[in-house]
Design a protein around this ligand. Structure first.
Ligand code: GLA
Length: 517
């Protein structure tokens, strides 16, 4: 009798542990089904009642075109309302899309509301009209790691469709960004991407896969989403396509006229222009120039620097007018690299603040192409638990959350990793702090991010090959007394803890918690 009850207790402990820490094998399915078994899905399914997500603060510049789609989960139709919306802005109650002109300089506290047949939800949303954009890290999609030099207008429209249909836009993904290879190249394997680089007036030509840029941005904007574009200050982009050299202002004006809201400016061949000059001035020059040009335009364009961290860009990116900057070379795709990249990126966490974000490159999960060979998209071999670690790291570092995989093959598991609103709230926290790392024995570490409400987000990570119990103690976290702990991936209260919190972390995995009084 006694041993029977001990056995059932042991069985219960085993089942609970397996449910809480699914470390078993995972199956990779073919096609668009799923990258993982359903037991590995951590994010609870969204409820039918409305839940408004997205940033609590939003920056815009007075008199400029304003566009914001209220990210909201729940069964549609949903009716939206917004109390305190400046008179220059207009909300479509059926779509939740706010459009208009950004109001005069000032802070505008708004209460967003969503109602459907199942319930009602309210969320504060402060519009700050002034100088700053991207008061929280930009969220969106970039085509690079899926489509490389195969990108087309059709793929970008599809990405916008999927951003809405998959629910990504309902948790805050917003930018649909074209990377390299939309222009003509002097030479390329695909003759349809070769042609005159510019017209007789010097205006940049798109290649035949992008017949109508204004049509494309209109398509994206009509869904309440925003559009991004890419170029280089050099004569050629990294992919060998036309760069902006000596046409910087003309091209920037063209991007604004086409309706783009985001510019990635990639160093590439600019090194040939500076030659042997390796001074800070030389590194800054093209970015300072474009920063000034973008500021002079009557359109809000988020400025994303891509120069791989040269000259400690995190120290001066904001000053030259950028909102985010890559802190290192291309992430490419190698298992385990994400931990090193994150630990290095977090060293610049003190420079992270509203309107100023360190960018450790994109989220590559789901179907991605081999970065080295620019291959066709295939399912990531990254273990599911590690994908939760990847997303947790990026959120703790307040990184831009830019998904770069094949949107046409988004599966349930990948959406589950990308779309947990409680995890995304950590990334979008209005304080804008970058997470700090404490290394622990056994190849483990914790990353801690201070949040605006006085609480902390803590990720417990295990880089090793076996599960390890990892402890975050109050001394390291600078906490004292009783603390409430919530598991953010599972959206579940874990209880009240004193002195420390320990958890068994799967190999290459994470437990991400919020700790509050
Ligand atoms: C560089 C950038 C990448 C991508 C490619 C495009 O490698 O770092 O993010 O934009 O160029 O050619």
């Amino acid at each position: 009798m006694k041993s029977k009850s001990i056995n059932s207790i042991l069985l219960l402990i085993f089942v609970v542990t397996m449910l809480a820490f699914p470390i078993g094998s995972y199956s990779i399915s073919v096609g668009t089904k799923s990258a993982a078994t359903t037991s590995e899905i951590l994010t609870p399914a969204p409820k039918l009642q409305p839940r408004i997500n997205g940033p609590l603060v939003y920056g815009c510049r007075p008199g400029h075109y304003f566009l914001y789609r209220i990210p909201c989960q729940g069964e549609r139709p949903i009716t939206f309302a917004a109390k305190g919306l400046p008179k220059e802005l207009n909300l479509d109650p059926a779509t939740g899309i706010i459009t208009g002109m950004a109001p005069v300089k000032g802070e505008y506290p708004v209460v967003l509301q969503a109602i459907n047949s199942k319930g009602k939800y309210k969320r504060n949303f402060k519009i700050i009209s002034g100088d700053q954009l991207a008061l929280t890290p930009p969220m969106g999609y970039n085509h690079w790691y899926a489509h490389y030099d195969r990108v087309t207008d059709k793929m970008m429209r599809e990405a916008a469709d999927v951003m809405i249909k998959s629910g990504m836009a309902d948790v805050g993904y917003q930018y649909v960004n074209i990377d390299d290879c939309w222009m003509n190249a002097p030479k390329n394997n695909d003759p349809k991407r070769v042609g005159p680089l510019r017209d007789e007036k010097g205006n940049i030509n798109t290649n035949t896969y992008f017949p109508d840029m204004k049509g494309l941005t209109d398509y994206i904007h009509n869904k309440g989403l925003k559009a991004g574009i890419y170029t280089s200050p050099g004569t050629l982009t990294c992919g060998g396509f036309t760069g902006a050299y000596q046409h910087e202002e003309q091209d920037a004006r063209q991007f604004a006229a086409w309706g783009f809201d985001f510019l990635k400016y990639d160093w590439c061949s600019y090194g040939q222009i500076i030659g042997k000059d390796k001074s800070l001035d030389a590194y800054q020059k093209p970015y300072r120039q474009m920063g000034k040009i973008l500021k002079s335009l009557d359109r809000d364009i988020v400025f994303n620097l891509c120069q791989y961290g040269m000259g400690d860009v995190w120290k001066w990116g904001e000053e030259i007018g950028a909102q985010c900057w890559r802190t290192s070379g291309d992430l490419g795709f190698e298992l385990d690299k994400i931990f090193d990249v994150a630990i290095n990126n977090s060293k610049h966490g003190d420079y992270s603040k509203p309107g100023s974000w360190n960018d450790p490159d994109y989220i590559q999960i789901g179907y991605i192409g081999d970065a080295g060979k620019m291959g066709l998209p295939h399912l990531t071999p990254m273990p599911p638990v590690m994908q939760f670690a990847y997303m947790s790291l990026w959120c703790l570092m307040a990184s831009p959350l830019v998904y770069s995989g094949d949107m046409s093959k988004l599966d349930e598991f990948t959406i589950n990793v990308l779309c947990n609103p409680e995890v995304i709230d950590i990334d979008q926290d209005p304080l804008g702090k970058g997470g700090k790392v404490t290394l622990l024995p056994n190849n483990c570490f914790i990353m801690v991010k201070d949040l605006a409400d006085g609480s902390k987000a803590v990720g417990l990570f295990n880089r090793g090959k076996d599960p390890v119990e990892v402890t975050a103690d109050w001394n390291t976290l600078q906490l004292s007394g009783k603390q409430k702990i919530r598991d953010l991936w599972r959206q579940k209260e874990l209880g009240i803890f004193q002195e420390k919190f320990s958890s068994l972390i799967p190999a290459q995995g994470v437990v991400l918690v919020k700790i509050r009084k």
